[in-house]
Each structure stands twice: as structure tokens, then as C-alpha cells.
Design a protein around this ligand. Structure first.
Ligand code: ADP
Ligand code: ASP
Ligand code: MG
Length: 398
């Protein structure tokens, strides 16, 4: 029999009514002849509330314990959804990440999936059960519960689809992938298809509609993904292998991220040893540094700026306080990263010049820039975000 993985995000399972509706959607697929695996997130803002509670107790809560509390949200939704299936007369079973055989590795709260022992799931499917799996969680070598980082249920769903070698449908609160987050730019256009590479870049640069790691797995195992609304039947977006027609537009999308802060360290003696030490320390604490820029030496000193997740503020402050002698450190939190993404940029020059001109015309100061083969990212102060999004989106016809 054909298998299919469905994934429903937080908003889509936000109320009991919605959970009952989802159960009916899944049953339609089952009636169409699919063996169904359903991955769900925690209801509504549950995960945010669990984080807030933990932070009320401790400014820097133990990551192991955070994983324990964060994983509870998904456990509630799988049990409820499974009950909803049973109530409708369908056999279903709810599995936590551990029960579903999802093995992970890495630092707590940022785990990655190592492998999935899918025998149990396959067994339940062959018994005709709908298998409901908790997103965003697994178990490590030590038998501790782990989580995959915020938005990680997408990764659970795609990894399961890869293991079962079947398509993955991501149902969410928006009816597909848009060129720009429609909440920030309502005129954005819906994309019919988007390549894995572009979606991976858009997601890793802030398009929160899908988790980048999920796309990475889909790309690696060539798993087709369909993203659509959980509330209606409007045609969504297919994420798939690149084909030449996709290159008609040089720029496919614009991603916006408010998740990074910018650290600037000035008056560092111009010795590579100092720079190495700073980044080593950050790496030891699992701080994921993104953009980095360094000024040329002036009177024997240099300045260094880098961006890193706001979530790591506490640990960054701690590390920086250790380097304080003689260095001047400033941390700017009101920062936004705006990135343009498009596979067509590979063979096109002059894009960055055009974008700099647009930003300059609107007095938007750029604090950092990075590029990849298919993207250009600008770090700007958040106060310029709205203008930058609207100017770039209009000019690039997104
Ligand atoms: P879920 O809880 O279903 O995982 P998310 O909140 O993680 O949902 O993702 C859906 C949200 O992603 C949308 O409400 C939308 O505001 C946002 N989003 C960001 N970028 C995009 C984009 N390019 N296209 C569509 N939605 C986007
Ligand atoms: N519940 C988790 C979160 O809010 C995982 C997810 O929704 O994908 O980040
Ligand atoms: Mg999500």
C-alpha cells in the first residue's frame, strides 16, 4: 500500500475543534488508500509558554531539563489526535519520538536526527492503524529525551517520509510558500513550485514557514514536499528538484529574520590569536555564529562584528565579559536580517549593486552583508524593516 506523511503545525492543532477537523482530513486520505503517518506539533503557543515558564524559574535553564519540558507539548496533541481518530471509528496509535524510534544526537535543544528505527511504525501501519507521531523530539544515546530546535516538527515529518520513502504534506496556517512572508507583505505572490535549494536558503535565512533542516533532508533523499493550508483545499506549493523553468525569475523570494543580534568588539589588538579565542569560546558553547566582518587594522587594533541567535544572549554576554579587558563590546538586539534568494542569481551579476542602490535611496543603513551563490543578506536595524521589505519586494516584483 502507498504511504503518506502528513504534518500539522501548532495553529492547525490549536483547539480541540481543529484537532477533530484534522482527523477527518487524514481519514479522507486513508479512505483514498494511503497508509497514514501523522506528525503533529504542540497546540497553539504551548511551546512558547513552556519556554516562558522555564525562564521564570531560571535565566539560563538546564538544556536537558528544557528538552524534557518542551517535549510535553507534542505529547498532548498526539494523544488527543489519536483519540479523535478512535472516536471516529478508526484504529490509531500515538507515539512519542522515543516510542517512534527517533534517535538523535547533539546538544540538548538543538539535536539532530541520527536515524529512525521504523520497524514499529511499519508494523502498526500494516495492522491498519493510523500512526500519530510527536514532532520535534527524539531520544539520544543516553536515553534522554531531546528536541530538534524550534520548528523541528517539520524535520520529524520529512525524516519519517525519507525513512518510509513516501511523499510528505506539510499543512499549516498559510496556503503555500509565498515569495515573502504574507504577514509582512500581504501583496506577496504564492509560488506554485520552488526548488529544494531555494527553499533551503529561504528557510535558513528566516522564512519560518518550513524548517531548513527538513528541506535539507528532503533534498538529500529526494522526498517531494507539498505545503498547503490545513483549513482549506486551496492548491499549495510543491517543493521539488530544480528545473530550468524555475530560473525565469532571478529572485524567487525574500526572507526576513529578527532572530539575530549583532555583537561588535572594538579595540582588539591585531593578532589572529584573539579572534581565534573568541570564536573558539563561542563554538564551545554551541553558539551558532552567522555573519562575520572585520575592519582593517588601524593603529594596531581592529574591530570585529558578528551575528548570532538572540536566544544565546545570556551565554554571549557571559563569554564577552571574559574578554572585557581592553576590548569594547556592544550588543545590538534590535536587528533584522533581510535576504533575497534566487537560483537565477548564480549566473547574474549586478544584483547586489542594484539592491544597495535601493536601500541607499531610502536611507537604510546596512550593518553587515553576506552572500552565497544564491542569496544576498543585509543586516539592518529593525526600525528600517518595514520600508526595506516593501521597497525590495516591489522593486523585485515579488
Ligand atoms: P506551523 O505551526 O504550521 O509550523 P509556522 O508558524 O511555523 O506554522 O509557519 C507558518 C507561517 O510562516 C505563516 O503564518 C507565515 O506567516 C510564515 N511565513 C514566513 N515566511 C513565509 C513564506 N515565504 N511563505 C509563507 N509563509 C511564510
Ligand atoms: N512545538 C515546537 C515549536 O513550537 C515544534 C514545532 O512546532 O515544529 O517550535
Ligand atoms: Mg513551523
Amino acid at each position: 500500500m502507498r504511504m503518506l506523511v502528513h504534518k500539522y503545525g501548532g495553529t492547525s492543532v490549536g483547539t480541540l475543534e481543529k484537532i477533530k477537523k484534522i482527523a477527518k482530513r487524514v481519514i479522507l486520505e486513508k479512505e483514498n488508500g494511503y497508509e497514514m503517518v501523522v506528525v503533529v506539533s504542540a497546540m497553539g503557543k504551548t511551546t512558547d509558554h513552556l519556554v516562558e515558564m522555564s525562564k521564570e524559574i531560571s535565566k539560563n535553564p538546564s538544556r536537558r531539563e528544557l528538552d524534557l519540558i518542551l517535549s510535553t507539548g507534542e505529547q498532548v496533541s498526539i494523544a488527543l489526535l489519536s483519540m479523535a481518530f478512535q472516536e471516529l471509528g478508526y484504529d490509531a496509535i500515538a507515539l512519542t519520538g522515543f516510542q517512534a524510534g527517533i534517535k538523535t544526537y547533539g546538544p540538548h535543544t538543538k539535536n539532530k536526527i541520527l536515524d529512525i528505527d521504523s520497524d514499529k511504525i511499519q508494523n502498526y501501519l500494516s495492522q491498519g492503524k493510523i500512526v500519530v507521531v510527536a514532532g520535534f523530539q527524539g531520544i539520544n544515546d543516553e536515553g534522554d529525551i531531546t528536541t530538534l530546535g524550534r520548528g523541528g516538527s517539520d524535520t520529524t515529518a520529512v525524516a519519517l517520509a525519507a525513512k518510509l520513502n513516501c511523499p510528505c504534506h506539510i499543512y499549516t496556517d498559510v496556503d503555500g510558500i509565498y515569495s515573502v512572508d504574507p504577514r509582512l507583505y500581504p501583496q506577496a505572490k504564492k509560488l506554485q513550485t520552488v526548488s529544494y535549494e531555494e527553499m533551503m536558503e529561504m528557510a535558513s535565512l528566516g522564512a519560518g514557514v518550513m524548517e531548513a533542516r527538513a528541506i535539507e533532508i528532503a533534498y538529500k533523499y529526494n522526498i517531494p514536499i507539498y505545503v498547503a493550508s490545513s483549513m482549506n483545499d486551496v492548491e499549495g506549493t510543491y517543493i521539488k528538484e530544480y528545473d530550468e523553468k524555475m530560473e525565469e525569475n532571478i529572485i524567487t523570494g525574500l526572507s526576513i529574520s529578527d532572530d539575530s543580534l549583532m555583537v561588535t568588539i572594538s579595540r582588539i589588538p591585531d593578532q589572529i590569536e584573539h579572534i581565534a579565542m573568541i570564536f573558539e569560546k563561542l563554538a564551545q558553547e554551541n553558539v551558532n555564529v552567522d555573519m562575520i566582518s572585520q575592519t582593517a587594522p588601524l593603529s594596531g587594533v581592529i574591530s570585529l562584528s558578528f551575528t548570532a541567535p538572540k536566544d544565546d544572549l545570556f551565554i554571549i554576554e557571559k563569554i564577552m565579559s571574559e574578554f572585557n579587558e581592553g576590548f569594547e563590546v556592544s550588543i545590538e538586539q534590535e536587528m533584522t536580517k533581510i535576504s533575497v534568494v534566487g537560483i537565477g542569481m548564480r549566473n547574474q551579476s549586478g544584483v547586489s549593486g542594484r539592491l544597495f542602490r535601493l536601500l541607499a535611496n531610502h536611507d537604510i543603513k546596512v550593518k553587515q552583508v553576506t552572500t552565497s551563490e544564491i542569496s544576498i543578506s543585509y543586516m539592518i536595524e529593525t526600525k528600517y524593516k518595514e520600508t526595506a521589505v516593501s521597497v525590495l519586494s516591489k522593486e523585485l516584483n515579488l
